[in-house]
Ligand binder design. Structure first.
Ligand SMILES: [Zn+2]
Length: 246
């Protein structure tokens, strides 16, 4: 049996399938990577993007943030066949939820329900008030830099997690609860080398979920996985899907 077929069989026979996606699935769509070679942090100094710096020097930091965000909003960035396969798995009522480290919104654009996508690092669709905490959808163009809150007048930040900030508690709790309940856990495009990324499949495997790993490189938990598929998500996920359908 091929590995794709084995993965398909696991997914088909599971009742609570959760996917965890990292930068790998998005770089296949042309989204810039933060940490990799040629990534954002080779062009920009990460020290510029701490929450402390944004508070003390909002205008300067916001200008840089807008430059980075432009790289995420290039028109050629579209969901790839890997994203589309995950949307189809939800349509087939096989996939229960997605936990993602990505801020690009490509899962929702591919067709996954927004309420089923947990964004651990926030998103680019909204702004968040640094004082009262409200979220508003982001205007197409931010005219006033830094943008201020319509409720309390304080400075707003992007609704993404900056350096020096904790990951949003509610997203973390929802993600851990999904991982705990899962009976099949699909890791896609993450090398699982940093926390909390590694904690989700670890939790899933503790509660006896079958692990399936789709990634270019090996991960520290390959040995615990039922199936390890090395390569591009945009090639492998549609293959798995084909095996579910037939
Ligand atoms: Zn406010």
């Amino acid at each position: 049996m091929s590995l794709e077929k084995k993965a398909a069989k696991i997914l088909k026979n599971s009742k609570f399938v959760v996917a965890f996606t990292g930068a790998g699935i998005s770089t296949e769509s042309g989204v810039p990577d933060f940490r990799g070679p040629g990534g954002i942090w080779e062009k920009y100094n990460p020290e510029m993007f701490t929450i402390q710096r944004l508070k003390s020097n909002p205008k300067e930091v916001w200008k840089k943030l807008l430059q980075i965000e432009e790289e995420f909003q290039k028109s050629e960035i579209e969901p790839n066949p890997g994203h589309l396969a995950l949307a189809e798995l939800e349509d087939m009522e096989i996939l229960t939820g997605i936990i993602t480290q990505n801020i690009d919104g490509l899962h929702q654009r591919a067709g996954n329900s927004p309420e089923k996508v947990i964004e651990l690092h926030g998103n680019l669709r909204e702004l968040e008030c640094m004082n009262c905490g409200i979220h508003i959808s982001r205007p197409v163009e931010i005219k006033e830099i830094p943008p201020t809150c319509t409720e309390c007048g304080s400075i707003m930040k992007p609704a993404t997690v900056l350096f020096g900030e904790k990951l949003p508690k509610s997203a973390l709790m929802r993600a851990h609860s999904l991982a705990e309940k899962s009976d099949a856990f699909l890791v896609i495009g993450s090398s699982l080398r940093v926390q909390p990324a590694a904690s989700f499949p670890a939790k899933a495997s503790q509660t006896n979920a079958d692990l399936i790993i789709v990634n270019k490189d090996s991960t520290p938990i390959d040995g615990k996985a039922e199936v390890v598929l090395k390569g591009l998500a945009g090639r492998i996920l549609p293959e798995i899907l084909k095996n579910i359908e037939h």
